[in-house]
Design a protein around this ligand. Structure first.
Ligand SMILES: Cc1cc2nc3c(=O)[nH]c(=O)nc-3n(C[C@H](O)[C@H](O)[C@H](O)COP(=O)(O)OP(=O)(O)OC[C@H]3O[C@@H](n4cnc5c(N)ncnc54)[C@H](O)[C@@H]3O)c2cc1C
Length: 332
């Protein structure tokens, strides 16, 4: 028995994937939707985001990405478009290949095969965590309570007039510190490299000196605070103690590009997937949306915009094909 070929398959159920699924069904295209296995979900940014303050109408959500996304899928499944969405709950895609007829063949995390003509890849990224005494567990409570933050655009305002620490050793960590200093009238600001050699460019070092931003290369031994991370008080270092109210981690990102790599899609030097303005990658029929896409702001609303561009570009191709068939028939 031949398997059904879906017109569109969306891989990933975070900000980009949910918007891609919504726009696809609202365009009246059938969508096969893989939000990810429990393991995929746990390692996604969507899972770790709590309060979203920089996106209008999001303040009431306890989980700023997962709650509105669940509401959206529920709405689709209660709407007249429910037949258009085939949700594969708790399933991820572990392998993808392109067949000779141009369709994508996808293997899910239970080993089942699926087929689709177009794919929108929305598997996202994850922020790299610092290792403290050989483990990343020390940051969990603080990250959950957002006394440790990661995204300057989302949460930079949390530092207003506070004692701030930035953890990182690359030039981008230094720039996070510089921008925080210039924006938020900080009480104090230090960069902790956690035992790494600082790799700041000369121009950046000039600014760090001008702004009196401290650089400490000692290893972090412990993070101290109260109320399950709601209050952050200090970093215990090898030879000193650093008082702090809030911390930013800037150690780069782990890019979930395995499926794009498997297909041979072009990546940039950091591993993000290269695509045009519609999200079309170097592989025909493969689109990318959200944090995984190269050269874009890594935000909820940008992920939404990418997803809409990709779903609409695919819909245009589907309509063009149908229109051409009709025109050909008339001419015969
Ligand atoms: C702590 C934190 C706070 C943030 N706060 C804000 C904020 O306030 N405002 C803002 O605009 N942005 C914020 N961001 C950024 C925001 O989270 C991302 O920009 C957004 O989630 C990107 O969406 P995405 O769909 O690309 O990835 P994600 O939302 O991370 O979703 C990735 C999805 O892919 C799935 N997946 C992964 N692998 C597979 C696979 N093989 N098969 C199937 N599914 C798979 C996962 O299950 C997940 O559903 C924050 C990020 C962090 C880390």
């Amino acid at each position: 028995m031949s398997q059904k070929i879906y017109p569109v398959c969306v891989i990933g159920g975070g900000s980009a994937g949910t918007m891609a699924a919504l726009r696809t069904v609202l365009n009246n295209d059938e969508c096969l939707f893989f939000p990810g296995s429990p393991k995929d979900k746990k390692k996604s940014r969507a899972f770790w985001v709590r309060k979203v303050e920089n996106v209008p109408a999001h303040l009431s959500y306890k989980r700023g990405i997962e709650d509105p996304n669940a509401e959206t899928i529920k709405w689709i499944m209660e709407s007249e478009f429910k037949e258009k969405l085939a949700i594969k709950k708790n399933l991820g895609i572990i392998s993808i290949k392109k067949n000779q007829d141009g369709t994508f063949e996808l293997t899910d995390s239970k080993g089942h095969l699926h087929f689709a003509k177009y794919v929108i890849l929305c598997t996202g990224v994850m922020d790299t965590q610092p290792h403290i005494q050989g483990s990343i567990a020390a940051v969990y409570d603080y990250a959950n309570a957002q006394t440790i933050d990661y995204c300057l655009i989302c949460d930079g305002h949390h530092t207003y007039k506070k004692n701030v620490t930035v953890i990182g050793h690359g030039n981008s960590a230094a720039w996070v510190a510089i921008i925080l200093h210039e924006r938020y009238e900080l009480a104090s600001l230090n960069i902790l490299t956690n035992g790494e050699k600082a790799q700041f460019q000369d121009e950046t070092c000039k600014l760090l000196k001008l702004y009196n931003i401290g650089i400490n290369e000692e290893k972090i031994l412990e993070i101290k605070g109260e109320e399950k991370g709601k209050i952050l008080t200090e970093f215990i270092l090898e030879k000193s103690v650093l008082k702090t109210d809030i911390c930013f981690i800037s150690l780069g990102m782990i890019v979930y590009n395995e499926l794009a790599k498997e297909l041979g899609a072009a990546l940039d030097e950091r591993g993000f997937v290269v695509a045009d303005e519609t999200g079309l990658t170097s592989i025909t029929g493969l689109y990318v949306a959200g944090d995984l896409k190269a050269n874009t702001r890594k935000q909820i609303y940008t992920a939404w915009d990418h997803a809409v561009s990709s779903a609409n570009a695919i819909n245009q191709k589907i309509r063009n094909e149908k229109r051409q068939l009709l025109l050909d028939r008339i001419q015969k």
